[in-house]
Design a protein around this ligand. Sequence first.
Ligand code: NAD
Length: 440
Amino acid sequence: MPVKTTAPNSAAKSVKQPSVNGAMAAHEANPWAQAMEQLDRAAQKLNLEPYIAERLRHPKRILTVSVPVKMDDGSIKYFEGYRVQHNLDRGPAKGGIRFHPQVSMDEVKALAFWMTMKCAVVNLPYGGAKGGVICNPKEMSIGEIERLTRRYTAEISIIIGPDKDIPAPDVNTNEQIMGWVMDTYSMTIGYSAPGVVTGKPIEVGGSLGRREATGRGVFYVTRELAEKRGFDLRKAPVAIQGFGNVGMNAAKIFQQHGCKVVAVSDVMGGLYNEDGLDVDQLMEYRRKHESIAKFPKAEKIPADKFVEVECDILIPAAMENTINGGNAARIKAKYIIEGANGPTSNAADRILNQRGVTVVPDILANAGGVTVSYFEWVQDMQAFFWDEKQVNAKLQDIIVKSFRDIYDIHETNKVDMRLAAFMLGLRRLAQAVRIRGMFP
Ligand code: NAD
C-alpha cells in the first residue's frame, strides 16, 4: 500500500468542498501571513533596511471589482474579483488569474507577493501581480465563464495593459480564457493588443512552449538537484499532486526523460502504481473524463493523504498549504519540488528541514511559467516569433542559472533553499528600490 488509510474512497465524496489540507491552524492557513513571515526571515538574514521590507508589506495597488454576469437561466449573479499589483519596482506587474471558490484577498495578495519575488529570482524585468475571482467554474457553463472573464477583464482594464500589468493563466483558467482577456481588452482600446496577456493560444500571439513551460521548469530544477545531490533521477519514484497545467505537463516531461511517475492526483483523488503510471494513457483518460481519480490500472489514494505517498520526489502542483504542520512529519519524499505556489506552510518547512527533506521553493521551481510568459510578451511586443527549440533553450538557461545561483547561496550561507531564493530575489529587489529612490 502506498499510504495507510481507513477510507480509501472518501475523497470522491467531497468534490465541492474537498478537505485536502489536513489539520491546520488558522494562521498557517492564511497565505499572506505565511508570505510575510518568509519575507521577515529573509529581510533579517540580509540585514535589510527596514523601509524596504516595509514597502513589500504594502501591496502597491489593490483593486476589488464586482462582476455581474448574466447566467444561462436569465438571472444576474454578482461575483467578487480582485487584481493586486504587489510591486512595480523592477518593471510592469505580472501574474496569473485564478477562478476558484476559495479565492480571498489575502490569498491574492500572497500570490502577488510571490510573483514579485519569483520575477526577481529569475531576473525578469517585472514586478508581481495576481488576480482572482470567487467562483466555482466547475458549476458554470462555458458561456457563463466567458461572460465572467470578459466582464472581469473590463473591470480590471483600468489597471492592466502591456506596459502596466500582464495577466496569465492560473488555477482553473486556460488558453481560451486568456484569448477572451486579450479580445476584451483589445475591444476596449480599439486595436489588437496581444501583449496584454500571456498564456494565449498561438493563433492570437501565444508562444510555442508556454503550455508546458511550468512543468518543464520543474523538471529542469529537479535534474539540477539530482546532479548536485548525486542521485539517479530515473531511479527516483516521482509523485505529482494536481493534474492540471503544471502537474500534467510535469508528469509528461518527467516520463519523456525516462523517470518513473508512480503517483498522481487531482482534487477528486489520487492514483498509485509502484511500477509507474502510463502518463500518455492518463492524459488520454483526462481528455475524456472530468477527473483522473477513477483511472483503472492503479491503486486509489484519497486526495487528503496523497502527499504522504511512497516516493522520493514529491511535486505538489495544486493549491496552497497541502503540505502543512498536520502532515509534514509523515511525508516520505526526500525531495519536494514546489510546482504550486505556497504548497508548503512555514510550520511544515521547519519540520521538513529538521527531517533533512530538501524543498526546492515555488519561486524557483515553478518559475518556468512566468519565464516563457516573458518570452511570449517579448515576442508580442516585437511582433516576431521564435521556434520552440529557441524558447526551450532560453528557458533552460534561465532556470539552470537561477538554480545554481540559489544553490550556491544555500551552500555558502548554510540556509535552506527557500531562504536562499528569497535572499537572491530580495537583494535584486532592494537594489531597484534604492536606485529608484522615494517619490516625490
Ligand atoms: P489547473 O487548474 O490547471 O490544475 C489544478 C489541478 O490541481 C487540477 O488537477 C485540480 O483538480 C487539482 N487540485 C485542485 N485542488 C486540489 C487539491 N486540494 N488536492 C489535489 N489536487 C487539487 O492549475 P495550474 O495552472 O496547474 O496551477 C496549479 C498550481 O501551480 C497553482 O498553485 C498555481 O498557482 C501554480 N502555478 C501555475 C502556473 C501555470 O503556468 N499555470 C505557473 C506557476 C505556478
